[in-house]
Design a protein around this ligand. Structure first.
Ligand code: ZN
Length: 154
């Protein structure tokens, strides 16, 4: 009874561990990457110029550039499960990844819109959204990258 489990709010949308990554689907025909992943990696490519129907799992880059951000003053739709009732506003960031897609997420705990700026770098983290009878439920969030010095981009 002392063991606490930590499970993603949504299964299969991100990896966990020290360097978590979002899991997307890449069209095997046109290489367009989608997030959330295409269920079962089978479906129709949303690229109007592509008739691909087969996808492969693709782990996405951990860092991207903030494309837009906002204070969420309303209850977001699924998959955002309310961690509190009443709803407490939080910051949301849309981060553009090198793969060419933009992924919306909450901003990491302790950060707000004052820490965000369009074009700045953000890194994926996995944090506890809420705790229920099954243990901690985790979700991905975007953490602003605040580097004082230049770090080699490998
Ligand atoms: Zn395609």
């Amino acid at each position: 009874m002392t063991s606490s489990s930590s499970t993603p709010v949504i299964e299969g949308w991100f990896t966990t561990g020290p360097e978590p990554r979002l899991i997307g689907s890449r069209c095997t025909a046109c290489t367009t990457v989608y997030f959330p992943p295409v269920p079962g990696n089978e479906g129709y490519c949303r690229n109007p110029a592509c008739d691909g129907e087969v996808f492969e799992t693709a782990e996405l880059s951990r860092r991207g550039r903030i494309w837009s951000y906002t204070d969420a003053q309303y209850q977001p739709p699924a998959p955002y499960i309310a961690p509190s009732d009443p709803f407490v506003p939080f910051a949301l960031a849309a981060v553009e990844l090198p793969e060419g897609l933009t992924v919306l997420g909450q901003v990491a705990e302790g950060y707000g819109v004052d820490d965000l700026s369009v074009g700045a770098e953000a890194e994926l983290v996995v944090e506890t959204l809420h705790t229920d009878e099954t243990g901690e439920r985790t979700v991905w969030r975007w953490k602003p990258v605040t580097e004082l010095g230049e770090e080699a981009d490998q």
